[in-house]
Design a protein around this ligand. Structure first.
Ligand SMILES: Nc1ncnc2c1ncn2[C@@H]1O[C@H](COP(=O)(O)OP(=O)(O)OP(=O)(O)O)[C@@H](O)[C@H]1O
Ligand SMILES: [Mg+2]
Length: 364
């Protein structure tokens, strides 16, 4: 069979349709990943456009595509370019409209590592090439300035919007940038909700694929109002491994159910300890509460993060572990969670009909 002429594209698409994306359990042609098939002589080139740059099987899909097409008769060279196009899980409803997906990071109780998870999740998404922001909605105890190592006052743009600060490639906004060091912050519920609205509408976020929101701890009225204010695509619930945490997780999940926000999954933080000398893993708490909670509540379990001095010190010195030690097993765990979050949002987006204007954007 020759690959010249009209048959080329068809033969390439036929070969590529034999590759299944395990994250979606569908073939990559049906998933509309394959674009711009070109052929000249024995050289074939095409693009694979994935639904997220954080796709966990990016390299495997690229290699499989290269191999399948290389195996076609008379093909001498294959050039595969991988790109990504993130779609909104809340098409036409996102506020601001330039932000495709808003992810809340929440917990039923304080101190479980929400801010640490939110910061490392945002950084892990950004490291894949996604345009990412991190908004600190914890007005009572903002941690993002310290975690991300920034404390300047934000500038105001010509259109009178607050310009987010940028750290390690992630756009940031926090009341900590505005209130000054150690200033006592006394907020009543309506003020909190107004502030969050302003953080969404009066901050010049620009085009973002993902905006991660670090919520204040707990599941009271303030948190509920916050969740109603933003068009959340989904929520990540952070817990610790103890059995008692199940009740807190349950409360957080109920809160999101009240405002119809899908649960992306549960993260178990401070899950276990790895001895720095012998490398052996120790389950200091009764490990596995997060997974059991996820199973019994019927929501996905996204993964476990160990308790680790480098995670703590990275947060204290403004360089979270995903940036400071990107190849460490702890960072790999954060990146795995980020990939699952991104895939889950892509799945939601593919199940949600696109708004006419989103379709136009894809077509043009
Ligand atoms: N996996 C971990 N290993 C070691 N230390 C951690 C880990 N996760 C979080 N910490 C530390 O635990 C403390 C609390 O974490 P963090 O501020 O992220 O929790 P939080 O849930 O956001 O708290 P709050 O409810 O007060 O907002 C911080 O000092 C942080 O560095
Ligand atoms: Mg916090």
């Amino acid at each position: 069979m020759s690959l010249e002429g009209e048959n080329t594209k068809e033969a390439v698409l036929q070969a590529l349709s034999e590759i299944t994306d395990p994250a979606f359990d569908q073939n990559i042609v049906e998933l509309d990943y394959v674009r711009h098939v070109r052929a000249c002589g024995g050289v074939v080139a095409f693009d694979l456009v994935l639904p997220t740059p954080a796709h966990p099987h990016r390299a495997i899909l690229q290699e499989a595509a290269r191999q399948r097409v290389s195996a076609l008769p008379s093909v001498t060279q294959v050039n595969v370019t991988v790109d990504a196009e993130v779609r909104s899980a809340t098409p036409g409803r996102s506020v601001p409209s330039s932000v495709k997906n808003i992810i809340a990071v929440a917990s039923g109780k304080g101190g479980v590592g929400k801010s640490t998870v939110a910061a490392n999740l945002a950084l892990a998404l950004s490291q894949t090439g996604a345009r990412t922001g991190l908004m600190d909605a914890d007005v009572y105890g903002p941690s993002i300035p310290i975690l991300m190592g920034v404390s300047q006052q934000p500038q105001i743009s010509a259109s009178e919007k607050l310009l987010p600060l940028v750290s390690h490639g992630v756009k940031l906004m926090s009341i900590g940038f505005l209130a000054g060091d150690g200033a006592p912050v006394i907020w009543r519920g309506p003020m909190v909700s107004k502030l969050l609205q302003q953080f969404l509408s009066d901050v010049d976020w620009g085009d973002l694929d993902y905006l991660v929101i670090d919520l204040p701890p707990g599941t009271g009225d303030a948190q509920l109002t916050l969740c109603q204010t933003a068009t959340l695509s989904g929520a990540v619930v952070v817990t610790t491994p103890q059995e008692v945490a199940l009740e807190d997780v349950n409360r957080a999940i109920n809160m999101f159910a009240k405002v119809n926000v899908p649960i992306i999954g549960i993260v178990e933080n401070m899950s276990y300890f790895v001895c720095r000398h012998c490398g052996e893993r120790e389950d200091i708490f009764l490990h596995g509460g997060g997974r059991r909670a996820a199973e019994s509540l019927g929501v996905p379990f996204l993964g476990e993060i160990p308790i680790d001095p480098q995670i703590c010190s990275g947060g204290d010195n403004g360089t979270p572990i995903v940036v400071q030690y990107p190849d460490s097993p702890q960072s790999v765990a954060f990146c795995g969670i980020a990939a699952q979050v991104a895939v889950s949002l892509s799945r939601m987006a593919s199940e949600t009909p696109a708004e006419p204007e989103d379709l136009l954007r894809v077509i043009s």
